[in-house]
Design a protein around this ligand. Structure first.
Ligand SMILES: Nc1ncnc2c1ncn2[C@@H]1O[C@H](COP(=O)(O)OP(=O)(O)OP(=O)(O)O)[C@@H](O)[C@H]1O
Length: 237
């Protein structure tokens, strides 16, 4: 299993500097929270990690594959869950996954086996035959995470995956994705919610396009990560 490396990434939106020399790396099989308030640059960084656009400076590597020199190899090892939901509400949960599997060149029994295994990992197997439109927000998100695992990526990126969900759904999804990391998947989880971060997680604090802290969450936050985060970013409650 491979990790993730970001080195010296900068990006300007017009006159606005959204990312300013961002560097960090995530070891294989680690859950890393990318924590930052609104406007920190998380989505801009995700756009670069998923190759929606290319950074002018710096370097990104996924599981040891350089995004600029070996984009296909890098993208093949990465799963992405974007902020906006992208599923077909009229198809069943399983059909949604099979459709996505086909986009990756998988079909027949192999696609079926992978779809059911991925749903199983997210605790969604019993909903395979339900229409996606009938799922609640939390289950929809879990389905999207299952879908992002179909091509067996080594690195999973999630951009604020719990936005709009209630507390129970948030806790369930945060728990499931921590489990995936403990099974060997490298996870980058963007959030502005301190309570989604565990003391043993890797933590990168991003603010106004810069990395303000990088290390184990427990070491950065001590016994009060919220207070530390607010002090670092200068935000008030
Ligand atoms: N397409 C764009 N065009 C112009 N400016 C942009 C664009 N996308 C983001 N920005 C600006 O870049 C900065 C970083 O925004 P970004 O969306 O990356 O932050 P974020 O941490 O993901 O915030 P949020 O949690 O609100 O999504 C902000 O100042 C934002 O206004």
């Amino acid at each position: 299993m491979g990790g993730l490396t970001v080195e010296g990434i900068s990006h300007d939106w017009g006159a606005r500097r959204a990312l300013d020399g961002v560097s960090f790396s995530v070891e294989p099989g680690r859950f890393c929270a990318l924590l930052g308030p609104n406007g920190a640059g998380k989505s801009t960084l995700f756009g670069m990690l998923s190759r929606l656009f290319t950074p002018r400076t710096g370097r990104i590597a996924i599981a040891g594959h350089d995004m600029a020199r070996e984009p296909r190899a890098a993208l093949a090892r990465m799963g992405v869950v974007f902020q906006a939901s992208t599923l077909d509400p009229d198809l069943t949960v399983k059909r949604n996954l099979l459709y996505f599997a086909a986009l990756h060149g998988l079909s027949g029994r192999e696609a079926e086996t992978r779809a059911m295994a991925a749903l199983e990992r997210l605790g969604m197997a019993e909903r395979a035959g339900e229409k996606a439109a009938k799922l609640n927000g939390g289950h929809r998100r879990r389905m999207e995470i299952a879908r992002a695992l179909l091509h067996r990526p080594e690195v999973l990126l999630l951009d604020e995956p719990t936005v709009g969900l209630d507390a129970a759904s948030r806790a369930a999804i945060t728990g499931h994705v921590h489990d995936l990391a403990s099974q060997g998947l490298t996870v980058l989880w963007a959030t502005h919610l301190v309570d989604e971060v565990r003391a043993t997680d890797r933590l990168v604090v991003l603010h106004r396009g810069r990395v303000l802290a990088d290390g184990e969450a427990g070491a950065i936050g001590g016994d009060n990560l919220t207070a530390r985060f607010l002090a670092l970013t200068g935000e008030r409650t």
